[in-house]
Design a protein around this ligand. Structure first.
Ligand code: IPE
Ligand code: IPE
Ligand code: MG
Length: 252
């Protein structure tokens, strides 16, 4: 995590910040290509930017940040890139764990972790356990995550409960279903940011984002600095979240 403590920009209203920000960190490869560098250079720079965004979230009072680091579809990339990413996750987590812990960050991983390298899984377990009682900022990292995979996995668990007579099918409701997702009892994202100009979800948090505000920017993730993050938050603060009702400004 970046060390320099930062003040909330004066044009942001601390009462109207998103509590939970979801972030699709996209554009690392294109950033590197533009500079004539290998794609992995973009991923490396991406980690640096993420550290700064995490710092802003903590200092500005955002309660949760969920980042998309590796999708279930990303296994389809060249072996060397996948291997590099797995090593990068491990190295970055090892390096930052103590600092994040001392800042009160609670670290959680979401996704099917069983397919990850053993050494990474061990480190994930350690980080999760060590930081489980921290309360300043919840930092969720989606690795081998797919929204469809998550929903199927939840269905399977519920199906098993019904099959073994522990649950009546008529008792299945949204709350129970949410509890079986990788995100369990986390807050749903208020704001989704996707960098690099793509305007799609790419299988991220499909259930959880039913009422999330979306913000798309052309900035590539390795260039997504605190100024760019600030812009996203400003845009969020202008939104009128109606949740299907007419209760806010439009009801006047
Ligand atoms: C996002 O950047 C990082 C991961 C998916 C791991 P990309 O690697 O997708 O970068 P582009 O989209 O090819 O530029
Ligand atoms: C989404 O980005 C996944 C992550 C950022 C980890 P991708 O680059 O994999 O998504 P597509 O292929 O453009 O949809
Ligand atoms: Mg991409």
């Amino acid at each position: 995590m970046n060390n320099t403590i930062t003040q909330l920009p004066i044009d942001l209203d601390s009462q109207r910040l998103p509590q939970h920000v979801a972030l699709i960190m996209d554009g690392n490869g294109r950033w590197a290509k533009k500079r004539g560098l290998p794609r992995i250079a973009g991923h490396r720079q991406g980690v640096r930017m993420l550290k700064d965004i995490l710092r802003c979230c903590k200092d500005w009072g955002i309660k949760a940040l969920t980042v998309y680091a590796f999708s279930t579809e990303n296994w389809g990339r060249p072996f060397e890139e996948v291997e590099f990413l797995m090593r990068l996750f491990e190295r970055a987590l090892k390096k930052e764990l103590d600092a994040m812990h001392s800042e009160g960050v609670q670290i959680r991983f979401i996704g099917d972790l069983s397919a990850l390298p053993q050494s990474l899984v061990q480190l994930i377990d350690l980080a999760t356990e060590k930081t489980q009682h921290n309360q300043t900022l919840q930092f969720n990292i989606a690795v081998n995550y797919g929204g469809r995979d998550e929903i199927i996995n939840a269905c399977r668990q519920i199906g098993e409960l019904v099959q073994t007579g522990k649950l009546d099918a008529s008792d299945i409701n949204e709350q129970l279903f949410s509890l079986k997702l990788y995100t369990t009892n986390s807050l749903e994202p208020d704001l989704l940011i996707r960098t690099s100009g793509e305007m799609r979800l790419s299988n991220f948090l499909l259930w959880q984002m039913a009422y999330t505000e979306m913000y798309f920017t052309d900035v590539l993730f390795p260039d997504f600095d605190r100024t760019a993050f600030h812009q996203a938050l400003l845009s969020y603060q202008k939104r009128d979240r109606r949740f299907g009702t007419i209760k806010t400004s439009l009801s006047a």
